[in-house]
Design a protein around this ligand. Structure first.
Ligand code: IPM
Ligand code: MG
Length: 359
């Protein structure tokens, strides 16, 4: 009997439905080639779940994800739900899933495809061959620390606060993961913090020194986040593995993403000890939803990461990466990466075209 994997697909909002559909086409091709069966089920999250059942992350979605071998998600959010209470915002679905599945590490690889160099806002010679991996802490820090929504304090002044808090075990598990993954790459780790100002960063740095710094196989450097943001655009090639906290990782990964030509290209994997979640790093782009112009390559490359990290199908993952390369080299482009002379294709054509390059 063919090996069978349970995959939960979550469209979410905006362009989510279109980009997940494109990735599903590619996964079906892979299933065919490798004689495995993907048992796809759909689950709701974000605005679509708010509209259907009144909450952004229904329990049924959490249960389905826990039982699955992997989860592939499009994107959530949109202006339609901007007015809802903070705890019911679509984004709570992502934050809730990251917690419910204990997804404490987020991998965001930034690889530059030669065919897209001309779309980078940076000089092509500074960008060519960039290959860096952002390892973002995903279960702690200011995202999950105690929040006080706007309130009137005893001094009569309106205030609000968010707490940046990290514990030793949270940092240790991330650094142990980082240590192992860095050894599979070029063995250079840049830890990003703000230890000149933040106490949480000083704990971060101490533990990083103990775990990464003490490992003779790895080279470790520390950068302050402001300097890192600058270095990222000055000389992205200097980086191999960049490890950082939840909020800095969120910000730096958008910056790094655009180096690759379009944020639409970038995949991610969120890993913990159980089911993992895969999603493109971009948002739901409500302004272009339903127009068949979204770039699904970030989602397709996320599906490749899923094959590699959750389904033990590294060869299939490489097939997809290679197919994306061929697709781009052949001049196929969605609107975000189009210029006259290239072949413009709609979102719904990309899955089929990529599949044709998987032999
Ligand atoms: C990301 C997104 C999310 C985040 C939002 C949608 C909550 O920006 O995955 O980078 O801030 O983590
Ligand atoms: Mg972000």
């Amino acid at each position: 009997m063919n090996k069978e994997y349970k995959i939960v697909l979550i469209n979410g909002d905006g362009i989510g439905e279109e980009i997940v559909a494109a990735a599903k086409v590619v996964l079906e091709k892979v299933a065919n080639k490798y004689q495995v069966k993907f048992d796809f089920t759909r689950a709701l999250a974000g605005g679509e779940a708010i509209d259907a059942v009144g909450v952004p992350l229904p329990d049924t979605t959490i249960e389905a994800c826990k039982k699955a071998d992997a989860v592939l998600l499009g994107a959530v959010g949109g202006p339609k739900w901007d007015h809802v209470a903070p705890k019911l915002r679509p984004e709570q679905a992502i934050l809730g899933l990251r917690k419910a599945l204990s997804l404490y590490v987020n991998l965001r690889p930034i690889k530059v495809f030669d065919a897209l160099l001309e779309f980078s806002p940076l000089k092509p010679e500074n960008v060519a061959d960039t290959d860096l991996l952002i390892v973002r802490e995903l279960n702690g820090g200011i995202y999950y620390g105690e929040k006080k929504e706007a309130y009137i304090d005893t001094d009569g002044v309106e205030k609000a606060s968010d707490l940046e808090i990290y514990s030793r075990p949270e940092i240790e598990r991330l650094m142990n993961f980082t240590k192992n993954i860095a050894k599979l790459r070029n063995k250079k780790v840049t830890s990003v913090d703000k230890a000149n100002v933040l106490a949480s960063s000083r704990l971060w740095r101490k533990i990083t020194n103990d775990i990464i710094g003490q490992d003779s196989e790895l080279e470790l450097e520390h950068l302050y986040v402001d300097n890192c943001a600058m270095q990222m655009v000055l000389k992205p090639k200097q980086f191999d593995v960049v490890v950082t906290n939840n909020i800095f990782g969120d910000i730096l990964s958008d910056e790094a993403a655009v180096i690759a030509g379009s944020i639409g290209m970038l995949p991610s994997a969120s890993l913990g000890d159980g089911t993992a979640l895969y999603e493109p790093i971009h948002g739901s782009a409500p302004d272009i939803a339903g127009q068949n112009i979204a770039n699904p390559l970030g989602t397709i490359l996320s599906a490749a990461m899923m094959l590699k990290y959750s389904l033990n199908m590294s060869e299939a993952a490489e097939d997809i990466e290679q197919a994306v390369k061929c697709f781009l080299q052949a001049g196929y482009r969605t609107a975000d990466l189009y210029r006259p002379g290239l072949k413009k294709v709609g979102t719904n054509e990309v899955g089929e075209l990529i599949s044709q390059y998987i032999k």
